[in-house]
Design a protein around this ligand. Structure first.
Ligand SMILES: NC(=O)c1ccc[n+]([C@@H]2O[C@H](COP(=O)([O-])OP(=O)(O)OC[C@H]3O[C@@H](n4cnc5c(N)ncnc54)[C@H](OP(=O)(O)O)[C@@H]3O)[C@@H](O)[C@H]2O)c1
Length: 250
């Protein structure tokens, strides 16, 4: 049976990926901070608590499930930081870089280095279109994801001649529960259809978007499957599912 590790599997896209993989016959280990009782679909996969802000926990994970053999590793965990609109304090910035870039780099390095040499492992690192269009509000978050993007490239280079590929799945706005709840609130407040709020959000969030809808979890799942299916050719690849937000000829 094929084995997958999904880091950041406790809600939203991560829990979708873990449960979809499990229902498609994969044996899945998924991680998150919250207890298993609060993780949708966690009965379908082996859930382990892992807080990336705690280096000791990451170290312990590497000595346990992190050193198992996997055919697929998906890194999805992220923190969006503290209060929006307020410049983060230095310790908050450091914490965001630790969770979004530095610990994932160390953790993925450890997991991939532990893979058996006779079995191929695909690693997909989920990233964000925010690295191309930071605003003064999103800049600290976007900077952490830009750092993750560079560190992912370095992992691809490090494991180039091993039985490992490391690819980036770069996403535009997802239908995460927070966003959907915000849309609903705004729609009710202004008495307009929720679809109108969503379209306005997409136009305002990034004028370069050429999408009229959020990026669905199904498209994300199929992109992960596609990247994993490429085998060694997927090493260093970037799959952009972001509505052309990184720029367009049009
Ligand atoms: N949401 C979007 O619109 C959007 C757009 C573009 C790209 N993306 C990318 O898509 C991915 C998923 O985003 P999302 O919005 O679905 O994320 P999310 O709902 O906030 O979930 C992130 C996951 O990361 C885990 N996590 C957070 N802090 C952690 C920590 N300190 N240690 C360990 N795990 C931690 C969460 O676990 P707990 O909840 O249990 O703490 C959860 O499982 C991210 O890489 C993000 O950059 C998202």
């Amino acid at each position: 049976m094929k084995r997958a590790l999904v880091i950041g599997a406790s809600q939203s896209l991560g829990s979708h990926l873990a449960t979809r993989l499990a229902s498609n016959g994969w044996q899945v280990v998924g991680t998150g901070r919250r207890p298993a009782s609060e993780v949708p679909g966690s009965e379908g996969f082996a859930y382990e608590r892992l807080d990336l802000s705690d280096p000791e926990e990451a170290h312990r994970f590497l000595e346990g499930a992190g050193s198992d053999a996997y055919d697929l590793v998906v890194h999805n965990a992220v923190t969006y930081g503290a209060i929006p609109g307020k410049p983060p304090a230095l310790d908050e910035l450091e914490a965001m870089f630790r969770v979004n870039a530095l610990v994932p780099y160390r953790l993925l390095h450890g997991v991939l280095a532990a893979q058996p040499t006779d079995r191929f492992c695909s690693c997909v690192v989920v990233n964000s279109d925010s690295i191309y269009h930071a605003t003064k509000q999103s800049a600290p978050y976007a900077a952490t994801k830009a750092a993750l993007r560079v560190l992912t490239t370095s992992l691809a280079d490090t494991f180039r001649s091993a039985q490992v590929s490391v690819a980036t799945l770069l996403l535009g706005p997802l239908p995460d529960p927070r966003k959907l709840a915000d849309f609903q609130r705004v729609a009710e407040r202004h008495d307009v259809p929720v679809e109108d709020v969503k379209r306005a959000f997409l136009r305002k969030a990034n004028p370069f978007y050429v999408i009229d809808d959020l990026i669905g979890f199904d498209a994300c799942y199929r992109s992960v499957e596609y990247l994993a299916g490429l085998g060694p050719a997927g090493n260093g690849m970037v799959c952009r599912l972001d509505g052309g937000s990184a720029g367009s000829l049009i």
